[in-house]
Design a protein around this ligand. Structure first.
Ligand code: PXP
Length: 237
C-alpha cells in the first residue's frame, strides 16, 4: 500500500496572507485525515512563511495517522523535531530562502553530516528519510548514512511526463529497484498531481508514501478538499 501524506504548507500560506486564522490549519489537519489521507506533512522553514514552528507543535496532538516533518536540519529544526517526535523526519538540503525544495542530497559529500543527524533522530525513535534525486550514484551511497528511507525527488518526472511519460519514469524505476535491493524504503514527492500520480504509482515498485502539497491544495479550490483527497487516493489503487 502506498500512503498519501498531504503537505499542508499551502493552507498555512493562505492563512498567513491575512494574519488571522482563516483557513484554520488545525481543522484542515483533522479533516484531511477524516477524508482518508494516511499522513500529514509539514515543512516549517526558518522564516515561517508557510507552516510555523508553533503550528507544528499544535498539530502533533491531532495526528491520528502519520506525521512527517520535512526540512533542512538546522539546530532550530532539530530542536523542534526532537520535541514533537513525529513518525518520520525527511531531510532536505534546500537553503533557507529557497521557494521550494530544489535538489536532492549529495550523499557522498554529506555522508558524515547526514549520518550524525540521522543517528540523533533514530535514537529518538523517529523514522528517517532523505530527499534524493533519481541518481544511482547517490542512491548507492545512501545506506552509508543509515537512513531508513529515501524520498525520490520527482520534479523531473513531472516535467518530462507531459512530453514522454515512458522516458520520464525510466530513471525512477531503476532508482527504486536499486534502493529496494539496498534495503531502503521508498517515498516520493514534488509536483505529483492528478495527471501524473497514477502512472508513477503503477510503475514504481515498493512505493511506501507520496507526499503531495501544491497540486492537491490547488485542486481543492475546484473540487473541494474532501473530493480532492478522494481523487488522489483513487490514483493510488
Ligand atoms: N517533498 C519535499 C521534500 C518537499 O519539499 C515538497 C514541497 O514542500 C514536497 C515533497 C511536496 O511537493 P509539492 O508541493 O510539489 O507536492
Amino acid at each position: 500500500m502506498t500512503k498519501l501524506s498531504v503537505n499542508i504548507n499551502k493552507i498555512a500560506t493562505l492563512r498567513n496572507a491575512r494574519g488571522g486564522n482563516l483557513p484554520d490549519l488545525l481543522k484542515a489537519v483533522s479533516d484531511i485525515q477524516r477524508f482518508g489521507a494516511q499522513g500529514i506533512t509539514v515543512h516549517p522553514r526558518p522564516d515561517e512563511r508557510h507552516v510555523r514552528y508553533q503550528d507544528t507543535l499544535d498539530i502533533k496532538p491531532l495526528i491520528t495517522t502519520e506525521f512527517n516533518i520535512e526540512g533542512y536540519p538546522t539546530k532550530e529544526w532539530m530542536d523542534l523535531v526532537l520535541k514533537v517526535k513525529p513518525d518520520q523526519a525527511t531531510l532536505v538540503p534546500d537553503p533557507p530562502d529557497a521557494i521550494t525544495s530544489n535538489a536532492g542530497w549529495d550523499t557522498v559529500k554529506h555522508e558524515g553530516f547526514l549520518k550524525e543527524i540521522i543517528s540523533e533522530l533514530k535514537k529518538n525513535k523517529i523514522r528517517t528519510s532523505i530527499f534524493i534525486d533519481a541518481n544511482l550514484k547517490q542512491i548507492e551511497h545512501a545506506p552509508k548514512t543509515r537512513t531508513d528511507r529515501i524520498e525520490l525527488y520527482t520534479e523531473s518526472y513531472a516535467k518530462d511526463f507531459t512530453k514522454n511519460k515512458e522516458s520520464a519514469i525510466k530513471p525512477f524505476i531503476t532508482s527504486a529497484k536499486l534502493a529496494h535491493s539496498l534495503g531502503l524504503g521508498i517515498n516520493a514527492g514534488h509536483d505529483l498531481s492528478l495527471e501524473n500520480l497514477n502512472y508513477f504509482y503503477k510503475n514504481i515498485p515498493n512505493l511506501l508514501e507520496v507526499s503531495i502539497g501544491h497540486a492537491l491544495i490547488s485542486d481543492a479550490l475546484y473540487y473541494g478538499l474532501e473530493n480532492t483527497v478522494q481523487l488522489y487516493l483513487r490514483q493510488l489503487k
